[in-house]
Design a protein around this ligand. Structure first.
Ligand code: F0G
Length: 464
């Protein structure tokens, strides 16, 4: 119903606060936005969306970052670090190799905590303040917890994060820890963590800041506004397609919402809306399964596995918002292997763009869909890279080249580089991980780069 691309603007109902209200995407029930806490519909438990009586146009936007788009947000400004205004990289060699008319990389890893989550948190934490809650919480594959910890700290609020034990990349735990979150490691996957944190939220113990919270997606939809504006400035047209990694499907839902709002405000024609194309890892692909079977809901995968731990998710809670986004824009979804993800991560790194594995899934998916002909050579494509390389130092070590030990002597260094002995210590990265594991220490929890480097030095001194 209301998730149609052509849905007309709605008049604000009496429960609206300054033209803003919450509405159930299933039954249409409407709620005041800040009187009580609602995550899902009190009538039917459907997902809620933030709605506005006055849809935005491009002329309404001024300033920079997420809050440039405050005409399309519930507040003028929130707790900010600041976030948004991320680069839209040109990658000409990769574009040529993949074979599309135009390819840009929207690098969300350049946000303050290194992932797109900051856009959601700047709005989400502002709402938490408005509601006068004091304890914020989330389940997370890592990035949400890092962002929540940083924005919670900035907003002077208590933060609690639930993480799947042993499955969160080192950089992300380090961030949550240093920014002062209380970290609870659950013996289960992300989906179980989210079940628990939802229970805590419904008991009133915590304010939930996962993307189930509709206000988070308000911040994240600004990625869509930024891409459209910058692409239009550069080429006088909007991209044909946006390819993005999918986990809980929050971004897919958020980008679609940005486009719907611009269409409702008459700023964007339906024919100009980019095709939303989701990419999942083969070991965690319930959205792809739904799209391939033409279904409008996902089936929960109990067992998920992928090297791209950020998207190791079997029950994408935002699927009811995201699937219409993919169908109604003429997009699609595709699953890629971990090896394809690593190849894409290396390719991006070669172009100077450092991303974590989940982010590289977008480029891996583009390559696969281009090879199969589903994406045409004449398309202008934007790939979203969602997190920074340093988020997952262990994955970077594994995908990258190995350090070469040399003597503490210029002549010896010269001789070494001229002899071209690159990779003389082949396999050191694997040895490092093995050493860390055999020491019974999780390199993930223990702190990635630091630990891996110490293990590497230990190996070196052992071999000297
Ligand atoms: N890429 C990265 C780097 C992520 O951290 C996530 C989600 C996604 C993609 C998927 O985005 O959920 O909007 O489809 N990470 C969440 C977390 C689940 O807890 O950090 P989505």
């Amino acid at each position: 119903m209301s998730l149609e691309l052509s849905a007309p603007p709605q008049p604000a109902p009496t429960c609206a606060n300054d033209g803003v209200w919450l509405e159930c995407i299933e039954c249409g029930e409407q709620f005041a936005p800040f009187e009580e806490i609602h995550y899902t519909c009190a009538e039917c438990d459907g997902l809620l969306e933030v709605r506005y009586g006055d849809p935005p146009t491009f002329e309404d936007f001024e300033g920079s970052g997420v809050w440039r788009y405050n005409a399309a947000l519930p507040f003028e400004k929130g707790v900010t670090l600041p976030e948004g205004s991320t680069p839209l990289h040109n990658v000409p060699r990769l574009r040529e190799e993949i074979g599309v008319d135009n390819l840009r990389i929207k690098h969300e890893g350049m946000n303050p905590t290194g992932a797109f989550k900051d856009r959601g948190m700047t709005v989400g934490v502002a709402v938490a303040k408005e509601l006068s809650v004091d304890r914020l919480a989330c389940a997370s594959t890592g990035n949400t917890s890092a962002a929540l910890a940083a924005y919670g700290a900035r907003g002077d609020m208590e933060t609690l994060v639930l993480l799947p034990s042993g499955k969160v990349a080192a950089g992300k735990i380090a961030q949550a820890s240093l920014h002062g979150a209380r970290i609870l490691e659950v013996d289960g996957n992300f989906d179980s963590c989210l079940d628990i944190v939802q229970d805590l939220a419904s008991l009133g113990e915590v304010y939930l800041l996962n993307s189930l919270n509709p206000f988070r997606l308000e911040g994240q939809k600004t990625i869509g506004f930024e891409i459209l504006e910058e692409h239009y400035n550069d080429y006088g047209k909007y991209p044909d397609r946006i390819v993005l990694p999918v986990g809980n499907a929050g971004n897919t839902a958020a980008l679609y919402k940005a486009f719907r709002e611009l269409v409702a405000g008459g700023a964007l024609d339906e024919s100009e809306v980019p095709k939303l194309t989701g990419v999942q890892a083969e070991g965690a692909a319930p959205m792809v399964e739904a799209i391939e079977n033409d279904r409008d809901e996902t089936r929960r995968w109990e067992n998920v596995e992928t090297k791209a731990t950020a998207i190791r998710i079997g029950n994408p809670v935002n699927a009811p918002k995201a699937l219409p986004g993919i169908y109604n824009t003429g997009g699609t979804a595709v699953a890629v292997s971990d090896d394809e993800i690593t190849d894409a991560q290396r390719d991006l790194a070669t172009a100077g763009v450092g991303v974590e594995p989940a982010s590289a899934a977008s480029v891996a998916g583009l390559r696969k869909l281009r090879a199969s002909g589903e994406i045409g050579a004449d398309e202008s494509v934007v790939c979203l890279t969602t997190g920074h390389l340093l988020k997952d130092p262990d994955a970077a070590f594994e995908a990258g080249g190995d350090p070469e030990p040399v003597a503490n002597d210029t002549d010896a260094v010269l001789e070494h580089i001229n002899a071209g002995q690159k990779g003389a210590l082949g396999g050191i990265a694997q040895k490092v991980s093995a050493a860390a594991r055999s020491a019974g220490v999780s390199a993930l929890v223990g702190g990635g780069i630091g630990l891996a480097y110490l293990a590497y030095r230990q190996l070196r001194s052992d071999s000297e």
